[in-house]
Design a protein around this ligand. Structure first.
Ligand code: PLP
Length: 412
């Protein structure tokens, strides 16, 4: 086999970092490590250090790294048919759309549009809302703390001012209300609202779960005013919280279904694919020929990755594992009774460890030095979004090391 990718062997991280600084735009700051290999929930850096990856590319590598079923499916697909234009269809694209509709419980009204990322899924959601609303419904209600991506439309839906200000003017008509505040949402509603947009559990805001009944109330208000209800499940979907979609957890969704679900991240377990899934006819029929498109969206490779991911989650009963490991993490962290921990929140394997102070960035650095990848979703919140294949022993590997990590980060 010919290798056209230069080997990382023998080149230390310091050199890679310097080359990164020269060759890549400074949008993310300096990389924490340069990673060269992964296997299961573990990754290795260019200096040979091993890490337990409890972030999984931020809720992406559901099956861990280099899962044989996934790499087998992707390789077989590329050896058969790698890409076709959207003038044509492929069986993997159709099969994956059907599976997603089935998992959402949408029934015959369900329809899918494939994208390459979560941002593009939310951009498509924005266009569905605009097209559905037309000129008589120019307003969209989104949530404070919400994150939906960085393209101009997705950014308009995103709440954080510092992300938006340098790029104004953004598409207009978007207003934000406090997440979980049903009265504020009700007050903002009117017959001129095209859609309510929310994450069933806010990820980037620091793993924030809404009060019980909030999503069901959002459904009622959308219905009362003839608006669409759009759930951004880019981070929470595809099994991450112990159900296929977070709104399917009864205490989160209250049994109500949205009109549109945005997916990406875990859908392809590391292969880039996103999707927008309309579950009602009014949302599914909003976009018509000529309204939207993408060259790579719906390509057979993404379809193969999505189908393999769903297959392994079902075959290995990973939704059950997610629930069990999530409970284990919570119990073991709380049992530490550590003064640095103020609480544990989230669902399944989307977890926020609330710290007793704003030292999450230092805790992340200490964890990395100790061989664990986590991130700071807020100054006082460590986020865990590990692969869904995580074992009981791997959870304890982390919880056993946590007291020392906390002490090191608090001491600084
Ligand atoms: N929506 C949510 C809820 C997200 O968490 C993210 C990414 O973190 C996005 C959208 C954007 O997805 P992507 O980074 O794949 O474009």
């Amino acid at each position: 086999m010919t290798h056209v990718t230069p080997s990382a062997a023998g080149i230390p991280q310091t050199q890679w970092r310097e080359r990164y600084t020269h060759a890549l735009m400074n949008t993310f700051g300096p990389p924490q490590r340069v990673l060269v290999r992964g296997e299961g929930p573990y990754v290795w850096d260019a200096d040979g250090n091993k890490y337990l990856d409890l972030l999984a590319g931020i809720a992406v590598n559901s099956l861990g790294h280099t899962h044989p079923t996934l790499t087998g499916a992707i390789t077989a697909q590329f050896n058969t048919l790698g890409h076709v234009s959207n003038f044509f269809a492929t069986p993997t694209q159709i099969n994956l759309a059907e599976r997603l509709i089935e998992l959402s419980g949408a029934g015959p009204e369900g329809k899918v549009f494939f994208t390459n990322s979560g941002t593009e899924a939310m951009e498509a959601a924005f266009k569905i809302a605009r097209k559905f609303g037309g000129t008589s419904r120019p307003r969209i209600i989104a949530m404070e703390g919400g994150f939906h991506g960085r393209s101009m439309g997705a950014l308009a839906l995103t709440h954080k001012e510092s992300y938006k200000t340098p790029f104004e003017p953004l598409p207009g008509g978007v207003e934000h209300v406090p997440f979980g505040d049903a009265a504020a949402l009700e007050a903002a509603m009117g017959q001129d609202v095209a859609a309510i947009v929310l994450e069933p559990i806010q990820g980037e805001a620091g793993v924030v779960t809404p009060p019980e009944g909030f999503l069901a109330r959002a459904r009622e208000l959308a219905d009362a005013h003839g608006a669409l209800l759009i759930y951004d499940e880019v981070q929470t979907g595809m099994g991450r919280v112990g159900a296929w979609f977070a709104h399917q957890l009864p205490h989160i969704g209250g049994g109500a279904r949205p009109d549109v679900i945005a997916l990406a991240k875990g859908l392809g377990s590391g292969y880039p694919i996103g999707a927008i899934l309309a579950t009602t006819e009014k949302a599914a029929s909003a976009l018509t020929p000529g309204n939207h498109g993408t060259t790579f969206g719906g390509n057979p490779m993404g379809g193969a990755a999505g189908l393999a991911t769903i297959h392994v989650i079902e075959r290995d009963q990973l939704l059950r594992n997610v629930t069990d490991r999530g409970l284990q993490i919570r119990e073991e962290i709380l049992a530490l009774n550590h003064p640095g921990v103020a609480g544990v929140r989230g669902e399944g394997l989307l977890i926020g460890i609330q710290l007793a102070g704003e030292f999450a960035p230092r805790a992340v650095a200490a964890a990395l030095d100790a061989g664990f990848i986590v991130n700071a979703a807020a100054p006082n919140v460590i986020r865990l979004a590990p692969p869904l294949i995580l074992t009981e022993a791997q959870v304890s590997e982390f919880t056993g090391a946590l007291p020392k990590i906390l002490e090191m980060s608090q001491a600084e």
